[in-house]
Design a binder for this molecule. Structure first.
Ligand SMILES: CC(C)(COP(=O)(O)OP(=O)(O)OC[C@H]1O[C@@H](n2cnc3c(N)ncnc32)[C@H](O)[C@@H]1OP(=O)(O)O)[C@@H](O)C(=O)NCCC(=O)NCCS
Length: 168
């Protein structure tokens, strides 16, 4: 079901840092619906300078996560996931906008990300948020959705200083 996500939907965005790591393994199990190795990967990333994560959550549930890094005035979106039951409610868009706003607030002028060429949902989201392709990494993903190697597309977006995305 598709519905818009207004301020009354009960989803809040929370910036998470190393202080929240105790909670992270459980959150990652919910987010990725499998083992906890993701928590270690998120933890390692958050430990690198310029990295930050935003969690979309209800009081009891994790409903999405974005992980990004700002370095040398560039922002890299490292990870964006919305668990299947929460998809198509505007959460991915809201996380992306909030992360870009935060990155612009930390002097990033450009955002980059990599996306598999067969990821229709993500390509539509990034395209509609102003990202444009600027490169291709051939056979970057070992086993694509059909079991074949798949290219990664590199996408780029210029961020206005003081980026004014619509309210999240
Ligand atoms: C990609 C992903 C983060 C989107 O999250 P989401 O919360 O469902 O996205 P939103 O509801 O904010 O949708 C925003 C736009 O993305 C596009 N979109 C999202 N899901 C789509 C789908 N299944 N098919 C086509 N377009 C889709 C639409 O343009 C949508 O806008 P609309 O609803 O106004 O038409 C989510 O599908 C996901 O977690 N996928 C698995 C992990 C992944 O692929 N991450 C990206 C790696 S680069």
């Amino acid at each position: 079901m598709k519905s818009s996500l207004g301020p009354d939907t009960g989803i809040e965005l929370q910036k998470i840092g190393t202080a929240d790591l105790d909670d992270l393994a459980g959150r990652c199990r919910e987010l990725f619906q499998c083992e906890t190795w993701h928590a270690a990967a998120v933890e390692r990333t958050l430990a690198t300078p310029g990295s930050f994560a935003l969690l979309a959550r209800t009081p009891r549930r994790a409903a999405g996560l974005i992980l990004a890094r700002v370095a040398a005035e560039e922002c890299e979106i490292l990870w964006l996931v919305v668990p299947a039951p929460w998809r198509r409610r505007g959460i991915g868009r809201r996380l992306l906008r909030a992360a870009l706003r935060s990155a612009a607030g930390h002097s990033a002028g450009t955002a980059f990300l990599e996306v598999s060429q067969d990821n229709r949902a993500a390509l539509a989201l990034y395209g509609s948020e102003g990202f444009r392709p600027c490169g291709r990494r051939r056979a970057y993903y070992g086993g694509g959705r059909q079991g074949k190697a798949c290219d990664a597309l590199v996408y780029k977006k210029a961020l206005a200083s003081g980026e004014t995305c619509p309210a999240n």
